[in-house]
Write a protein that binds this ligand. Structure first.
Ligand code: NAP
Length: 277
């Protein structure tokens, strides 16, 4: 199996192009052990970027991530997020410290604003800068910000990423957001890359998957990963799904595959407001 390809963040940090999501992990105590095993298997396979948020399970996902990375924290690039309702100066710092406690670590590598709320972006960025100075976070970024929101970030403030909904059924970002981020050399992080599973029964996807002897999830991920500067963070709560997703990195789609997928999931021809989940 080839090494996991990396994507370079504006800080120069190199992170795996394929990471692991955690939304809804930690919700069901009966599934906890398997979820921890799945995340650890992903780490073993080089999917060392883990995405979580204070919102997920009201902290339960962060606690589960803390358990999964115990003893191997330095091998992991941890991403978490502050809720917009906490994103004022004091609230951001307090929320980060609470996340650190749940994660059982003294550093979040990348801390994101989960989506834009009523707090001015400038205020949240100031709080992020303070967290960088005190060493609580390595860098900061944003999520669910469209191109016009990015333009409202304070002068000189460059996020490490914009984490947005992007998959075959949500191609809007290709029109302007991905190109804009590319101009800024800010990698996009694609969330819900398999559309939370809803995409996986699609006929056109199945045809491509069958031709390669792969699964539809692997084709959907390989399609997102066709960009050099997009990171995908599927959530998989079983070891089998994690192993399958990891193998998507080795799948090379052909020009014919891309054409077939374009016919079934047409690329945007005009601006579409950013979808969110
Ligand atoms: P997703 O990754 O597109 O889909 C997750 C679903 O797909 C789960 O039901 C999972 O099942 C299933 N799955 C994964 N791999 C599979 C495979 N190989 N074969 C079949 N099914 C497979 O959706 P998501 O969880 O919404 O998005 C991923 C991550 O992005 C989240 O977990 C979260 O970290 C982040 N996110 C961020 C935002 C934001 O606003 N910033 C919003 C949504 C999500 P199992 O669990 O059974 O493996």
């Amino acid at each position: 199996m080839a090494e996991v390809r990396t994507v370079t963040l504006p800080s120069g940090a190199r992170v795996p192009a394929l990471g692991q999501g955690t939304w809804h992990m930690g919700d069901d105590p009966a599934r906890r052990a398997e979820e921890v095993r799945a995340l650890r298997r992903g780490l073993d396979l080089g999917m060392t970027l883990i995405d979580t948020a204070e919102m997920y399970g009201s902290g339960a996902a962060e606690e589960l991530v803390g358990e999964a990375v115990r003893g191997r924290r330095d091998d992991v690039f941890l991403v978490s997020k502050v809720l917009p309702s906490h994103a004022d100066t004091r609230g951001t710092v307090d929320a980060c410290h609470a996340s650190l406690r749940r994660l059982g670590t003294d550093r979040i590598d990348l801390y994101l604003l989960h989506w834009r709320g009523s707090v001015p972006l400038r205020e949240t960025v100031e709080a992020f800068e303070r967290l960088v100075s005190e060493g609580s976070i390595g860098s900061w970024g944003v999520s669910n910000l469209d191109t016009d929101d990015l333009a409202e970030l304070p002068d000189g403030a460059l996020p490490a990423t914009d984490q947005v909904l992007y998959n075959l059924t949500r191609r809007g970002p290709e029109y302007d957001l991905i190109p804009r981020c590319r101009e800024l050399a800010v990698p996009v992080m694609a969330y819900s890359p398999v559309e939370q599973g809803r995409l996986l029964g699609h006929r056109a996807l199945a045809a491509v998957a069958t031709a390669h002897g792969k699964s539809t999830a692997q084709v959907a991920l390989a399609w997102v990963l066709r960009h050099d500067d997009v990171i995908a963070i599927p959530k998989a709560s079983t070891v089998a799904h994690v192993e399958e997703n990891r193998a998507a990195l080795d799948l090379r789609l052909t020009a014919e595959d891309f054409d077939a997928l374009d016919r079934a999931f047409p690329p945007p021809t005009r601006k579409q407001p950013l979808d969110v989940l």
